[in-house]
Design a binder for this molecule. Structure first.
Ligand code: UT7
Length: 339
């Protein structure tokens, strides 16, 4: 009897891009009624990157991340057969930002589409791409998380404008045969109970853009922070604990937690629940703010040099919808140390 080979989907490279312009808490202090102290103590954020320039959108950041990813993994654009872009701020309603990224990068042989799951988008997209790899439908897939949050922020609303930043990052996903390293499992959840607390009213089919929607500021993020905070603390911690229990993992076993970066206090609560020491938690919210779908891959990009083959890693996210989830993977490669 021929034994069937087990295919695992493994991340084999990561790259990111953040725009040059840095919007500091000090600059925000000049523009709105806020303080560096309030922002840092309530969220952990010190600065965020903002994409400036006429005609530039989410795909321009996603394209730069994908270009770098292809270069550093010595991958030809023609080898990519699947590209999914998680985003809440697509370049346009259609075509998909994923397709625009493919076009800019010279990827012409790939299925490409966007995935909307707000701040949990990268987890949902990574899970989706992993299924295509595992079934053999895709050999080399790219998962992008990219958002130009500054395009939907009201910079007179102090309750939201201090939180978000722009950025993009991407991972290469490949089949690894009879090697247990790769994506092991994920748990994805959603509950529309969150719709009133975090949404954008205008620009969709319910309220297409009009002079009235612009006057009502319907094209900006609306967030009622406290209910979102309470739900996020509970659900992100619950789902992270659930995936650990399912796989019999203790805090000792887990090498890294890669949490969505919305608020340092939510991250701390999740790490406590998982029994993880703070040195195992990836935290870069202070320099990027909340980049929505890009937060988790930007962490992987920042920490890539420290990751070792076989490291047990939990990714966890929470966002609009509500959507949330956790993903368990075993890191698949050692990165050569940079000299
Ligand atoms: O990634 C998607 C999911 N989103 C999240 O996970 C975000 C979840 N929510 C949060 O992280 C927090 O709720 C926020 C950071 C958004 C707000 O923190 P908070 O501790 O919940 O503050 P709050 O909304 O209860 O506001 C406390 C006070 C209020 O003043 P009063 O009513 O007590 O006088 C706000 O008006 O802080 C005030 N405030 C500010 N003060 C200075 C709100 N924003 C600011 C600001 N600067 N930027």
């Amino acid at each position: 009897m021929v034994e069937k080979k087990k295919i695992t989907a493994a991340i084999t490279g990561v790259a990111g891009y953040v725009p040059d312009y840095i919007l500091t808490n000090a600059e925000l202090e000049q523009k709105i009624n806020t303080t560096d102290e309030w922002i840092r103590s309530r969220t952990g954020i010190k600065e965020r990157h903002i994409l400036k320039g006429e005609g530039l959108g989410t795909s321009d950041m996603g394209y730069k991340a994908v270009q770098l990813l292809l270069e550093k993994t010595n991958t030809s654009p023609s080898e990519i057969d699947f590209l999914v872009c998680a985003t809440t701020t697509p370049d346009m309603q259609f075509p998909a930002t994923a397709t625009i990224i493919c076009h800019k990068t010279g990827i012409v042989n790939a299925a490409s589409f966007d995935l909307a799951a707000a701040c949990s988008g990268f987890l949902y997209a990574l899970t989706t791409a992993a299924q295509f790899i595992k079934t053999g439908a895709s050999k080399k897939a790219i998962v992008v998380g990219a958002d130009k949050m500054s395009s939907i922020i009201d910079y007179t609303d102090r309750t939201t404008c201090v939180l978000f930043g722009d950025g993009a990052a991407a991972v290469l996903l490949e089949a690894s045969v009879d090697d247990e390293n790769g994506i092991v499992d994920s748990i994805l959840r959603s509950d529309g109970i969150g719709i009133p607390y975090l949404h954008m009213k205008g620009g969709g089919s319910v309220k297409p853009a009009s002079a009235a929607t612009i006057a009502a500021k319907d094209h900006y993020i609306f967030q009622d922070g406290q209910p979102v905070f309470r739900f996020a603390v509970k659900k992100m911690a619950d789902v992270s604990a659930e995936i650990m229990e399912k796989h019999h993992l203790t805090g000792e076993d887990v090498a890294w937690l890669v949490p969505h970066q919305a608020n340092k206090r939510i991250i701390d609560a999740t790490a406590r629940r998982m029994g993880l020491s703070t040195d195992k938690v990836m935290l870069n919210i202070e320099k990027y703010g909340n980049t929505t779908a890009a937060t988790i891959p930007l962490c992987l990009w920042d920490w890539e040099q420290q990751l070792r083959k076989g490291d047990k890693i939990i990714l966890a996210a929470f966002g609009g919808g509500f959507t949330w989830g956790a993903l368990y993977l075993k890191w698949a490669y050692d990165t050569p140390q940079q000299t």
